[in-house]
Design a protein around this ligand. Sequence first.
Ligand code: GLY
Length: 384
Amino acid sequence: MAERTSEVVVIGGGLIGLAIAWRLAADGIQVTVCDPTPGSQTSAVAAGMLAPVTEVEYGEDELLALNLASVAAWPGFAAELEELTGRPAGLNRTGTLSVAYDTDDVAALRRLADYQRRLGLEVEELTGREVRKREPLLAAGVSGGVWVAGDHSVDNRRTVAALLRATELTGVRFERQQVSRVLTAGTTAVGVELADGSTIRSAQLIAATGPWSAQLQGIPEELRPPVRPVKGEILRLRVPEAYRPALHHTVRATARGFSVYLVPRPGGELVVGATTTELGYDTRVLAGGVFSLLRDARMVLPITDELELVETVAGLRPATPDNAPILGASGLDGLLWATGHYRNGVLLTPITAQVIAETVRTGQIPDLAAPFAIDRFSAPKVAR
Ligand code: GLY
């Protein structure tokens, strides 16, 4: 079988893999991306929220720092992409409104706002009336909210299209097939074998394999990353002209204890998400998932009933035990991880590409990304 070489091989052509490939190719490095259908999986399903503040979880302070760095990097990343490709990168800088329905929902939102302020984040608490002033079509039952000016959204399908063009323009090669295994020589990764049996030799592999990371063959069992798929169902609705814009900002809602988000796109699309289910690699859209998303969406935005249901789709989030990504060294020389982005893949695309490109250039992971090394999951060494 034919054997080729490439300075860098990126395994996985989702947003993360494509952005890394673009960055490296722009530095003059010869890059090959291996993926049967680049940009078609989780990257195309996601709602595209850039929400480090409104999605912050208690105790995830290091992840917050990375998320904030990436939301700050997004405008420059989008501008560069647009300048190179002449295509929209999809960034919508419209801010985010977190709203709460009943009094228990409001209490939970206020507690979270206190935590956000303790972290030094900018949040502005609003009454129900103030919320409806910003979003007049929200239900009269919405009792309060929090305005976050710095959380935005991106039309991730546009970003994928722009990145595919950017990689093409910078000379990235594509192998539209599965990597069947990583090739090793001792403790060094030396290339990949593809589904058709051909191989690509490379001194530098980057695995941007998302929810399939733990299945990458050829890697010793003890070095496999603890990444599992977490299913999310998402709806795409079309807002009739008469109601546009149904929403001016991304709205995250807690409605009777359930969470839902509604992400408006400039062209009249409204993305509603997302369920969170541990069902392995199952990507069927279940009636119960669609029901719960619509039930919660219409509670906060009653005109949901009048919108056309255009698409129902499910994707797999690559989750890790602490919800944070795995970046950098893998335990095999020549293989770096860029995976496990869980709920923050779109958000973390620019910073991940920056961090991995710098690691390839210097051999050293930047300080900001050091807490996300895979060895944080290793058992502590006990002195005997
Ligand atoms: N970040 C949104 C989600 O994971 O559903």
